[in-house]
Design a protein around this ligand. Sequence first.
Ligand code: ATP
Ligand code: MG
Length: 474
Amino acid sequence: MIKLVPDWTKEYVEFWDAIKRRNLLFIKLRYIAVLMLLGFGYFASLIELQLTPTQKLLILFIAVIIFLYNVAFQFIRPKLKSEAGKFNPLHLSLLQILFDLTALTILVYFTGGIESPLLAFYVFHMIIGSLILPTYIIYTIAGLSFTVITAMALLQFYSVIPSFPIRRLYSQPEFDNIRFVLVSLIDFALLIFVSVFLANKIAHQLYKREKQLVETLEKLNVAENRKQKYIMGIVHEIKSPIAATKSILDLVSKGYVGKLSEEVKAKIKRAEARTDEALEMINTILRISGMRLLNQKKFALVDIVKILRKVIDSYSEIARSKNIYIELIEKGKRKDNVEGDEKLLELVFSNIVANALKYSETNGHIQLTVSYGRKSVEIQICDDGIGVPPHELDKIFDSYYRSANLKELKTEGTGLGLSLVKEIVEQHNGKIKAKSPSPLGSEKRPGTCFKIKLPYSVKRTEPDEALLTIKGGV
Ligand code: ATP
Ligand code: MG
């Protein structure tokens, strides 16, 4: 196998991606070239060039051949693996260029040789080749092309092989005019070698710049990881004084340090609740950091319905204050074999429900539906709030993105909730999608639906008692 992969690109994913993209582009361009070739006969007759029947037949024949090998390339392309030692996308690029140059050389020969208007098309292949192939290969190809065209021109000049000039292109055939032949050959050599030199230089600089960028990004990621770990350490340290405060409050509230008035007791209870909240928050931050930095997964079998009920419960106060009805529907035979991190999944659902409440006006409706499929459980959370403009449905999962239609609602937010939700769902090998309008919506309040799919654990447990449909509301 010819060694095509430059050493500096071996482990460089972006290089392979670029080659694959370019291969696809060449395949698409080749279909256009086939059409142009078929149009060439028509164009020639339009400007009264006289193609002989042999020339017309040959152009048609070559167009069909190009079409057929292009279909074959299109078929092979997706099957190739980016491995340096095997037949890889780079070999396909080389093969494409060699096939194209062969087809082009035949076309050039039958359309006037050194006089052919198609001679300039070599430049395209030289530029394309320079963007993809190692320097020595593209210079070899350029040298070979020049040798073939020179041999063709000289053999036609000495009438060793027949010539097929396009009649009426020049006032008289020029292939037997040595000055024309020499000037055209020098022109051709300059054209292809200068194109290769320039395109090759630019391509190398671009690849190296891209590689530098990727390396810088990697360094930044390492630095960011170090910073996050440092912050994680600090957050962890904050936990100890809060936990100590909680145990002191506990002693006080239980009366170990003296009798308390009812008023003080109530205050201590509130302080205890706040320390619990703070501890929970710290634990969540540590869990998320652990998942992000160390890929730590504390997965166990989870009860999705129980988590959803807990989330609904925690928002019942806000829902009541806005007169928003929240219902939970369970569809199908319940299966209890979803594995995950209960706290993180709670965070997922509570973010979506919090959004549904935040982005709905009063007298709304939020519907949580759990459906048990064959391979995964699907949780759909729909509302009849302000909705998300269709072109923003994918963007709302990006960090710091908030959609444009929020102005009228005047809501606070950082735009971080859904990006975290997506990250957690993906850590659970799940998928999340947003849809707007929602089935609950109306013309004025289109609403939004979030659909989450979580796969069942591989160790399947037997399905629990069927609990067909429960409905609960606040
Ligand atoms: P926070 O980080 O505090 O949650 P946020 O709610 O703005 O802030 P996300 O939860 O990430 O951020 O949501 C991103 C954006 O998606 C929101 O700003 C809003 O424009 C849109 N969005 C999310 N959920 C809904 C919903 N149920 N209805 C309408 N728009 C929504
Ligand atoms: Mg939010």
